[in-house]
Design a protein. Structure first.
Length: 270
């Protein structure tokens, strides 16, 4: 995301089930050591990852799309840029605490004006660490700010990271641009023009699903996130078309389709 200051939130959210109430969520009140899962996802980012329960939305999509496989999704503590994340002991302890199937990395610094450059070495090291943890690394480029044509610049920055250290790159900005063309009356941005509304986070989750699984999100069922079913269907079509136009696994070509399973691993909480 563009280099800005946010209020730090020292939070580690372990997220299960659907995107609505947690009343029926088996994770609530359950010791994490008792929560084995076939597919485990660790998300590391800032407010763009946290807002609108995006990890919970992705978790719901994975549960629906990976029939017969249990899924556990965790969010690393705090809202941080990737260089800060690498230096954060609790985050690194969490990454090292188990074998992950997927590690999603969001919050590479970039210049909002395009006139400055920020280090990508930290993101590259996080990719290496994710692979050492047995995980598929997935880069999460942010969507463009409202009214600013910056999708390609943000995406190219992340592709450069993946060329240095192979990782999948989710074409999230491309999906947002396509949605803006097809659904001009649908609001994806929050009032600040930077963060997402729930529909925007849902579209990002769909693109992450397509990236993580290598499968089209077109036939996924609706999730309980407050977005109208008709709109969810429209966004699934947008996501499927965006993933076809910009394949999310083209920069991790040696990673086979599907996900590694770690049945003996257990979810982590703090």
């Amino acid at each position: 995301m563009a280099l800005k200051t946010y209020i730090a939130a020292a939070l580690l959210a372990v997220l299960g089930g659907g995107c609505g109430s947690t009343a029926n969520d088996p994770w609530v009140g359950t010791p994490p050591s008792e929560l084995p899962a076939d597919v485990t996802v660790l998300m590391m980012g800032n407010s763009h990852t946290s807002y609108n329960e995006l990890p919970r939305q992705l978790d719901a999509l994975l549960r629906a799309g990976l029939a017969g496989r249990s899924v556990a999704t965790a969010e690393a503590p705090g809202w941080m840029f990737l260089d800060q994340r690498l230096a954060d002991a609790p985050s690194m302890q969490l990454m090292d605490s188990r074998r992950w199937s997927v590690v999603v990395l969001q919050a590479q610094k970039y210049s909002s004006s395009g006139q400055f450059s920020y280090s990508t070495r930290e993101a590259e090291e996080l990719i290496r660490k994710a692979r050492r943890a047995g995980a598929l690394p997935v880069l999460f480029p942010e969507w463009p700010r409202r009214g600013i044509a910056e999708t390609q610049r943000i995406y190219a920055l992340h592709v450069g990271i993946a060329r240095a250290e192979p990782a999948c790159v989710a074409p999230i900005g491309q999906a947002w641009d396509l949605a803006a063309q097809r659904l001009p009356n649908l609001a994806l941005h929050a009032a600040d023009g930077n963060h997402a509304l729930t529909a925007g986070s849902y579209l990002a989750a769909l693109m992450l699903y397509a990236t993580v699984t290598g499968a089209s999100p077109l036939n996924l069922p609706d999730v309980d996130n407050g977005v109208e079913p008709a709109v969810q269907a429209q966004l699934r079509q947008v996501a499927a078309d965006a993933a076809q136009a910009t394949p999310p696994r083209q920069h991790c070509p040696n990673d086979p389709p599907g996900l590694p399973s770690h049945p003996s691993a257990t979810a982590v909480a703090r």
